[in-house]
Design a protein around this ligand. Structure first.
Ligand code: ATP
Ligand code: MG
Length: 267
């Protein structure tokens, strides 16, 4: 038995009277993909913000390799090798793409005290690493991050996490803003990271994406862990129903079909 990279024990989080998470216990292991599933507002992003030092738990403990930790900042989490691509933002709109890629890891040229940020090298690395993810339209590292599309921004954040060698890669809905080609790239990166022994936490609403890469699954419903299983232990239909907060997806789809009516085809 190896010690899990991350262990959460009875983690709860409330925002005033809003109980976002109740007594969540989870383990994240090296070389495994943990899919975190659940409906809107289930508490997935809150859990991820606890793991990445954005929020502190109201109660419960987080351990890194068996040692209890309290992250005072996102930097504290990043210092132990936890890289997070948040659902919204995570980049700096007024910074160049290359600056953003190297925040906290600036490459320098020259000898102290004349070190300076090497824009050219940084730009080349950034463009190359993004191209590896299939983002080919960004060809200039000096472009502003704010001018990228949502998917391009997500890809930038994933590229930097992989490039700087994270031990835990946390992705909060990385594929929801992406096209088919880029989603496939992200799934490929997840598998690549897993093969290198990185622990991946993957939040998604897409059951096909989850089933394609997940080794373990945890389902949150209203802030509680409703189910926890390994690959192959649930059918696709069971997973879809759990992802809809425990409601039968077939019934929801029938209701949706009633509301929208038959699709009109032109004669
Ligand atoms: N900073 C905050 N202050 C107050 N309430 C919050 C805060 N962040 C989240 N919440 C509340 O906590 C609950 C869980 O939100 P969370 O963002 O974790 O859900 P989620 O599972 O990520 O949903 P989605 O699938 O829509 O992204 C929601 O009721 C939300 O309104
Ligand atoms: Mg969320």
């Amino acid at each position: 038995m190896t010690t899990p990279l991350l262990t959460l024990s009875d983690v709860s989080k409330n925002f005033g009277t809003n109980q976002a998470l109740s007594d969540i216990s989870l383990e994240v292991n090296p070389g495994e993909v943990l899919c975190l599933l659940g409906d809107n507002g289930a508490g997935k992003s809150t859990l991820i913000k606890i793991l990445s030092g954005v929020h502190k738990p109201s109660s419960g403990t987080v351990e890194v390799e068996g040692k209890p930790v309290v992250f005072d900042s996102p930097k504290a989490a990043s210092d132990v090798g936890i890289a997070t691509v948040h659902q919204y933002g995570g980049t700096f709109p007024l910074m160049s793409v290359a600056r953003c890629f190297f925040v906290g890891h600036e490459p320098t040229k020259g000898v102290w005290p004349f070190k300076y940020f090497d824009k050219k090298a940084a730009g080349e690395i950034t463009v190359r690493e993004m191209q590896k993810l299939g983002i080919t339209r960004v060809t200039d590292g000096s472009r502003l991050t704010g001018a990228l599309s949502g998917g391009e921004r997500q890809s930038l954040a994933i590229a930097r996490a992989v490039y700087f060698g994270a031990r835990v890669l946390i992705l909060d809905e990385p594929t929801s803003a992406l096209g088919v080609k880029q989603s496939t790239h992200v799934l490929r990166i997840i598998m690549h990271a897993r093969a290198q022994g990185i622990a991946v936490v993957f939040v998604t609403h897409n059951v096909t994406h989850a089933m394609a890469v997940g080794d373990r699954f945890a389902v949150l419903i209203h802030g509680k862990k409703a189910d926890d299983f390994r690959k192959g232990e649930r059918t696709r239909e069971q997973i879809t129903d759990l992802m809809a907060g425990g409601e039968a997806m077939a019934e929801l789809e029938a209701e949706l079909a009633e509301l929208t009516g038959p699709v009109q085809t032109t004669p």
